[in-house]
Design a binder for this molecule. Structure first.
Ligand SMILES: [Zn+2]
Length: 457
């Protein structure tokens, strides 16, 4: 199974000063920063995926790229923009999709199949998804009475037909790119049965690589039912990608479904979005262990703390004193020069929810949080990982604070997650992994890369 990292402009400043909490002097965002594959000794994923909606500046505008970045992306192409054009990374595929969640409320997708092909061709993508439209409804069986109204049913059917019609045009129009580009037909449906039908239709059109979409809001058993239905409906040698795979951490449970590849950002995001699972380690055998990162927000930049200070509930200089003491105690604990309770007390004294609560009624912090922090500090997980992040940062990798620590912790998570994917057993008997692997690896990837255009300037 191949792990594709869905790009959302996640990079870190290699010259960041952690003591002073400052970027390197003169650092320019993106240009001087490093993507996870550049930052780590080995790339923490097998390839990358770019959603066109994230690049933005289409009919709907939006996107995460600045005007200059979008222009550089168009000029240089996806591979050079993502800095996957060097000899270390040239073998890695670049996947593309439309980013259908961005236009879910529109009546039709903002791109035609021909538009998307031009986007993939110009960007030197190796793999690209057909133009899909997300279906709102999901029902476990195919009883039409499950729909809340005839209108909802008709809308689901309209989006289903539109996605298939787009796929047919997309495949036909992609023929001239054969040999340097692999088209993926996107499966959308409102039930496992309808998704199986879409998958069968796509294979009949000539697709050999399908991408299953719309699974993000589904619960694990529902995702499994969909993947089982699709896998059973398509030939053994057809490859299957799962778009926006939100259940990535449970990937072992999905081995029986014969997934060729999937894309996700989850291990990176959870480093700073999850309430407790922020830092990953491998559990002996299969699976992952999670640690809670220690929150030490920036006193002068955290909006909630700033509000407390403005309301006069806490003094600005007290916040800064607590912040400094938390950081210093953690660093001392990391060096073995402070005790566990000293570090724990210092972090808890500066715990943001605790400060907010204490501002109204005095209490001594959250005992569950204190226990999670105690486990993190006692087990010293940063000393059990040899990746660049943990080597260079030590205990700072476990400090929840600002983008440079949080994203580095996310990059560490990607690398840990990649080892989990690498260790998964092969597909079950009956599927033909070698042919699927051929679809994953693409001729263009083994060609010598053309000299990359100069990005800067
Ligand atoms: Zn690490």
């Amino acid at each position: 199974m191949k792990f594709i990292f869905a790009d959302t402009m996640d990079y870190v400043d290699p010259g960041f000063d952690f003591e002073g909490d400052r970027n390197a002097p003169g650092r320019q965002a993106y240009w001087d920063d490093e993507y996870p594959h550049e930052h780590m000794d080995t790339p923490p994923y097998d390839g990358m995926l770019v959603s066109r909606a994230a690049v933005g500046k289409g009919r709907l505008g939006g996107g995460k790229y600045s005007e200059a970045q979008a222009m550089a992306f168009r000029r240089a192409g996806a591979r050079a923009f993502l800095r996957l054009d060097g000899p270390r990374f040239r073998h890695m595929p670049v996947f593309g999709d439309c980013g259908a969640f961005a236009y879910v409320k529109e009546s039709t997708p903002p791109y035609t199949p021909e538009d998307m092909l031009a986007f993939y061709e110009d960007g030197e993508f190796t793999h690209g998804c057909s133009v899909d439209h997300i279906i709102f409804e999901f029902h476990e069986d195919d009883d039409p009475a499950r729909f809340p109204s005839a209108m909802a049913r008709d809308e689901a059917r309209r989006r289903f037909d539109l996605t298939l019609a787009n796929a047919e045009t997309f495949l036909r129009a992609s023929r001239p790119m054969e040999g340097r580009f692999t088209p993926l037909g996107v499966v959308q449906g409102w039930s496992p049965v309808s998704m199986a039908k879409a998958a069968r239709d796509l294979c009949r059109m000539g697709y050999r690589y399908l991408a299953v979409g719309g699974t993000v809001p589904l619960r694990t058993p529902q995702v499994k039912a969909c993947l089982r239905a699709v896998r059973d409906a398509i030939p053994h040698d057809a490859a299957m990608h799962v778009l926006g795979f939100a259940k990535a951490e449970d990937i072992q449970e999905f081995v029986p479904f014969g997934i060729t590849s999937f894309d996700t950002t989850s291990p990176l995001r959870r480093a700073f979005k999850d309430a407790r699972c922020n830092y990953y380690l491998r559990r002996p055998g299969t699976g992952l262990d999670y640690y809670t990162a220690l929150r030490v927000p920036q006193a002068t930049e955290n909006p909630k703390l700033q509000r407390l200070a403005k309301e006069g509930k806490v003094r600005q200089e007290d916040l800064q004193r607590l912040e400094r003491r938390a950081l210093e105690s953690l660093r001392a604990y990391g060096r073995g020069e402070a005790g566990l309770d000293e570090a724990l007390d210092a972090v808890m004294a500066y715990d943001e929810p605790g400060l907010l609560r204490r501002a109204t009624h005095p209490a001594d912090g959250d005992p569950a949080l204190r226990n999670r922090y105690r486990r993190t500090l006692t087990e010293r997980p940063w000393e059990r990982c040899a990746c660049r992040v943990c080597r260079e940062l030590g205990i700072e990798a476990l400090v929840f604070r600002g983008s440079n620590r949080n994203k580095r912790r996310g990059i560490h998570n990607l690398a840990v997650f990649k080892t989990l994917v690498n260790d998964l057993p092969g597909p079950e008997e009956g599927t033909r992994p070698d042919e699927q692997a051929d679809l994953f690896r693409h001729p263009r990837q083994s060609e010598p890369a053309a000299p990359g255009p100069l990005l800067r300037g």
